[in-house]
Design a protein around this ligand. Structure first.
Ligand code: ADP
Ligand code: NI
Length: 223
Protein backbone atom coordinates (compact mmCIF):
# COMPACT_ATOMS: atom_id res chain seq x y z
CA UNK A 1 0.00 0.00 0.00
CA UNK A 2 1.32 3.49 -0.84
CA UNK A 3 2.54 5.32 2.25
CA UNK A 4 0.06 8.14 1.66
CA UNK A 5 -2.88 5.71 1.47
CA UNK A 6 -1.84 4.28 4.85
CA UNK A 7 -2.10 7.76 6.30
CA UNK A 8 -5.51 8.29 4.71
CA UNK A 9 -6.81 5.00 6.10
CA UNK A 10 -5.57 5.92 9.57
CA UNK A 11 -7.32 9.30 9.33
CA UNK A 12 -10.55 7.61 8.25
CA UNK A 13 -10.28 4.99 11.02
CA UNK A 14 -9.95 7.75 13.59
CA UNK A 15 -13.12 9.42 12.31
CA UNK A 16 -15.41 6.54 11.37
CA UNK A 17 -13.98 4.04 13.86
CA UNK A 18 -17.06 3.15 15.88
CA UNK A 19 -19.82 4.01 13.41
CA UNK A 20 -22.60 1.42 13.49
CA UNK A 21 -24.97 2.95 10.94
CA UNK A 22 -23.33 1.74 7.74
CA UNK A 23 -20.73 4.47 7.34
CA UNK A 24 -17.83 2.55 8.82
CA UNK A 25 -14.29 2.04 7.50
CA UNK A 26 -15.38 -1.15 5.74
CA UNK A 27 -17.90 0.86 3.70
CA UNK A 28 -15.17 3.35 2.75
CA UNK A 29 -12.91 0.42 1.77
CA UNK A 30 -15.59 -1.08 -0.49
CA UNK A 31 -16.28 2.29 -2.12
CA UNK A 32 -12.57 2.64 -2.92
CA UNK A 33 -12.47 -0.86 -4.44
CA UNK A 34 -15.60 -0.18 -6.51
CA UNK A 35 -14.22 3.15 -7.73
CA UNK A 36 -11.04 1.43 -8.91
CA UNK A 37 -13.09 -1.30 -10.64
CA UNK A 38 -15.18 1.32 -12.42
CA UNK A 39 -12.00 2.99 -13.72
CA UNK A 40 -10.68 -0.40 -14.93
CA UNK A 41 -13.91 -1.04 -16.82
CA UNK A 42 -13.86 2.37 -18.53
CA UNK A 43 -12.71 2.84 -22.12
CA UNK A 44 -9.04 3.89 -22.11
CA UNK A 45 -9.66 7.40 -23.44
CA UNK A 46 -12.11 8.09 -20.64
CA UNK A 47 -9.95 6.49 -17.95
CA UNK A 48 -7.07 8.72 -19.06
CA UNK A 49 -9.09 11.75 -17.90
CA UNK A 50 -9.42 10.37 -14.36
CA UNK A 51 -7.29 11.58 -11.46
CA UNK A 52 -6.94 8.20 -9.74
CA UNK A 53 -5.21 9.48 -6.65
CA UNK A 54 -7.92 12.08 -6.12
CA UNK A 55 -10.71 9.53 -6.69
CA UNK A 56 -9.13 7.06 -4.29
CA UNK A 57 -8.66 9.65 -1.58
CA UNK A 58 -12.15 11.15 -2.01
CA UNK A 59 -13.64 7.64 -1.80
CA UNK A 60 -11.79 6.95 1.46
CA UNK A 61 -12.85 10.19 3.17
CA UNK A 62 -16.31 10.66 1.64
CA UNK A 63 -18.32 10.04 4.83
CA UNK A 64 -15.99 11.66 7.36
CA UNK A 65 -17.76 15.05 7.30
CA UNK A 66 -21.27 13.62 6.99
CA UNK A 67 -23.47 15.18 9.73
CA UNK A 68 -24.66 11.66 10.63
CA UNK A 69 -21.08 10.70 11.41
CA UNK A 70 -19.17 13.82 12.48
CA UNK A 71 -19.90 15.20 15.94
CA UNK A 72 -18.74 18.69 14.93
CA UNK A 73 -18.99 19.01 11.13
CA UNK A 74 -17.19 22.35 10.84
CA UNK A 75 -14.27 21.29 13.00
CA UNK A 76 -13.97 18.02 11.06
CA UNK A 77 -14.01 19.92 7.74
CA UNK A 78 -11.15 22.11 8.94
CA UNK A 79 -9.22 19.06 10.11
CA UNK A 80 -9.82 17.23 6.82
CA UNK A 81 -8.72 20.19 4.71
CA UNK A 82 -5.51 20.56 6.72
CA UNK A 83 -4.89 16.81 6.43
CA UNK A 84 -5.42 16.77 2.64
CA UNK A 85 -2.99 19.65 2.26
CA UNK A 86 -0.29 17.51 3.92
CA UNK A 87 -0.79 14.89 1.17
CA UNK A 88 0.53 17.18 -1.56
CA UNK A 89 -2.79 17.72 -3.28
CA UNK A 90 -3.00 21.13 -4.96
CA UNK A 91 -5.53 23.62 -3.61
CA UNK A 92 -7.73 22.96 -6.67
CA UNK A 93 -7.63 19.22 -5.95
CA UNK A 94 -8.54 19.72 -2.30
CA UNK A 95 -11.43 21.95 -3.42
CA UNK A 96 -12.56 19.26 -5.86
CA UNK A 97 -12.49 16.57 -3.14
CA UNK A 98 -14.55 18.82 -0.87
CA UNK A 99 -17.04 19.61 -3.62
CA UNK A 100 -17.45 15.91 -4.39
CA UNK A 101 -17.98 14.73 -0.84
CA UNK A 102 -20.39 17.53 0.07
CA UNK A 103 -22.58 17.12 -3.04
CA UNK A 104 -22.56 13.42 -3.88
CA UNK A 105 -25.12 11.95 -1.49
CA UNK A 106 -28.57 10.75 -2.53
CA UNK A 107 -30.20 13.11 -0.05
CA UNK A 108 -28.39 16.17 -1.47
CA UNK A 109 -29.67 15.29 -4.96
CA UNK A 110 -33.38 14.73 -4.28
CA UNK A 111 -34.55 18.24 -5.18
CA UNK A 112 -32.20 18.73 -8.13
CA UNK A 113 -29.22 16.85 -9.45
CA UNK A 114 -25.82 18.42 -8.78
CA UNK A 115 -23.41 18.03 -11.75
CA UNK A 116 -20.10 16.45 -10.70
CA UNK A 117 -16.70 16.16 -12.42
CA UNK A 118 -15.80 12.76 -13.90
CA UNK A 119 -13.79 12.03 -10.73
CA UNK A 120 -16.84 12.88 -8.65
CA UNK A 121 -19.16 10.80 -10.81
CA UNK A 122 -16.97 7.76 -10.17
CA UNK A 123 -16.93 8.23 -6.39
CA UNK A 124 -20.69 8.83 -6.37
CA UNK A 125 -21.32 5.72 -8.47
CA UNK A 126 -19.12 3.62 -6.19
CA UNK A 127 -20.95 4.88 -3.09
CA UNK A 128 -24.31 4.12 -4.71
CA UNK A 129 -23.24 0.65 -5.77
CA UNK A 130 -22.40 -0.13 -2.15
CA UNK A 131 -25.99 0.77 -1.20
CA UNK A 132 -27.49 -1.84 -3.57
CA UNK A 133 -27.12 -5.59 -4.09
CA UNK A 134 -26.82 -7.98 -1.16
CA UNK A 135 -24.56 -5.57 0.73
CA UNK A 136 -27.22 -2.91 0.19
CA UNK A 137 -29.81 -5.26 1.69
CA UNK A 138 -27.55 -5.93 4.68
CA UNK A 139 -26.84 -2.22 5.20
CA UNK A 140 -30.51 -1.25 5.03
CA UNK A 141 -31.43 -3.88 7.65
CA UNK A 142 -28.50 -2.84 9.81
CA UNK A 143 -29.37 0.86 9.51
CA UNK A 144 -33.02 0.17 10.34
CA UNK A 145 -31.97 -1.80 13.43
CA UNK A 146 -29.54 0.90 14.57
CA UNK A 147 -32.31 3.53 14.26
CA UNK A 148 -35.10 1.42 15.74
CA UNK A 149 -37.16 1.52 12.53
CA UNK A 150 -40.05 -0.85 11.80
CA UNK A 151 -38.97 -3.67 9.48
CA UNK A 152 -42.13 -3.86 7.35
CA UNK A 153 -45.75 -2.78 7.52
CA UNK A 154 -47.89 -3.59 4.47
CA UNK A 155 -50.35 -0.87 5.53
CA UNK A 156 -47.71 1.88 5.19
CA UNK A 157 -47.19 2.90 1.56
CA UNK A 158 -43.72 4.00 0.36
CA UNK A 159 -43.36 7.80 0.18
CA UNK A 160 -42.38 9.88 -2.82
CA UNK A 161 -39.67 12.00 -1.22
CA UNK A 162 -39.62 15.71 -2.04
CA UNK A 163 -36.60 16.88 -0.07
CA UNK A 164 -33.78 15.93 2.29
CA UNK A 165 -35.77 16.44 5.52
CA UNK A 166 -38.48 14.03 4.34
CA UNK A 167 -35.78 11.49 3.55
CA UNK A 168 -34.62 11.61 7.18
CA UNK A 169 -38.08 11.00 8.64
CA UNK A 170 -38.39 7.42 9.82
CA UNK A 171 -40.14 4.93 7.54
CA UNK A 172 -40.02 1.16 7.31
CA UNK A 173 -36.93 -0.67 6.13
CA UNK A 174 -38.75 -2.39 3.26
CA UNK A 175 -40.16 0.95 2.11
CA UNK A 176 -36.61 2.31 1.98
CA UNK A 177 -36.04 0.00 -1.02
CA UNK A 178 -38.88 1.68 -2.93
CA UNK A 179 -38.09 5.19 -1.68
CA UNK A 180 -34.40 5.07 -2.52
CA UNK A 181 -32.58 1.84 -3.29
CA UNK A 182 -34.57 0.73 -6.37
CA UNK A 183 -33.94 4.16 -7.94
CA UNK A 184 -30.18 4.07 -7.63
CA UNK A 185 -29.34 1.98 -10.70
CA UNK A 186 -30.98 4.60 -12.93
CA UNK A 187 -29.06 7.41 -11.24
CA UNK A 188 -25.61 5.97 -11.98
CA UNK A 189 -23.34 8.20 -14.07
CA UNK A 190 -20.96 5.81 -15.83
CA UNK A 191 -21.59 2.84 -18.13
CA UNK A 192 -19.12 0.80 -16.07
CA UNK A 193 -21.14 1.34 -12.89
CA UNK A 194 -24.38 0.61 -14.74
CA UNK A 195 -23.02 -2.83 -15.67
CA UNK A 196 -22.39 -3.63 -12.00
CA UNK A 197 -25.58 -1.90 -10.87
CA UNK A 198 -27.93 -3.91 -13.09
CA UNK A 199 -26.83 -7.17 -11.46
CA UNK A 200 -26.97 -5.81 -7.94
CA UNK A 201 -30.41 -4.32 -8.52
CA UNK A 202 -31.81 -7.69 -9.61
CA UNK A 203 -30.54 -9.37 -6.43
CA UNK A 204 -32.13 -6.67 -4.30
CA UNK A 205 -35.47 -7.00 -6.10
CA UNK A 206 -35.34 -10.73 -5.63
CA UNK A 207 -34.77 -10.26 -1.86
CA UNK A 208 -37.75 -7.90 -1.50
CA UNK A 209 -40.02 -10.12 -3.63
CA UNK A 210 -39.10 -13.17 -1.52
CA UNK A 211 -39.49 -11.19 1.70
CA UNK A 212 -43.02 -10.09 0.82
CA UNK A 213 -43.98 -13.54 -0.38
CA UNK A 214 -42.78 -15.12 2.87
CA UNK A 215 -44.59 -12.39 4.88
CA UNK A 216 -47.88 -13.46 3.31
CA UNK A 217 -46.94 -17.14 3.31
CA UNK A 218 -47.48 -17.16 -0.43
CA UNK A 219 -44.14 -18.93 -0.95
CA UNK A 220 -45.64 -22.01 0.68
CA UNK A 221 -46.91 -24.36 -1.96
CA UNK A 222 -48.31 -27.86 -1.70
CA UNK A 223 -45.44 -30.25 -2.27
P1 ADP B 1 -26.58 9.22 1.65
O1 ADP B 1 -25.17 9.32 2.19
O2 ADP B 1 -26.61 9.01 0.18
O3 ADP B 1 -27.47 10.33 2.15
P2 ADP B 1 -27.36 7.54 3.74
O4 ADP B 1 -26.20 8.01 4.54
O5 ADP B 1 -28.68 8.05 4.10
O6 ADP B 1 -27.12 7.88 2.23
O7 ADP B 1 -27.38 5.98 3.73
C1 ADP B 1 -26.35 5.17 4.20
C2 ADP B 1 -26.79 3.71 4.19
O8 ADP B 1 -27.87 3.51 5.09
C3 ADP B 1 -27.30 3.26 2.83
O9 ADP B 1 -26.92 1.94 2.58
C4 ADP B 1 -28.80 3.41 2.96
O10 ADP B 1 -29.51 2.56 2.10
C5 ADP B 1 -29.04 3.08 4.39
N1 ADP B 1 -30.21 3.82 4.89
C6 ADP B 1 -30.38 5.16 4.92
N2 ADP B 1 -31.61 5.49 5.38
C7 ADP B 1 -32.23 4.32 5.63
C8 ADP B 1 -33.51 3.96 6.12
N3 ADP B 1 -34.42 4.88 6.46
N4 ADP B 1 -33.81 2.65 6.26
C9 ADP B 1 -32.91 1.70 5.93
N5 ADP B 1 -31.66 1.96 5.46
C10 ADP B 1 -31.32 3.25 5.33
NI1 NI C 1 -20.99 6.41 1.70
Amino acid sequence: MDAYIKRVVLFVQQHLGDDRTGHDVAHAYRVVQLALRIIELMPEVEAARVNRRLVQCAAWVHDVIDPKVAVDVQATETELRAFLETLDFTEAEVDEIFFIITHMSFSKNIESRVPLSLNGQIVQDADRLDAIGVIGVARALYYGGAHGDVLYDPAVAPRVLADESEYREPGTVINHFYEKLFQLKDLLNTDAARQIGEKRDLKMHSFVDDFRAEWEGSDVTDA
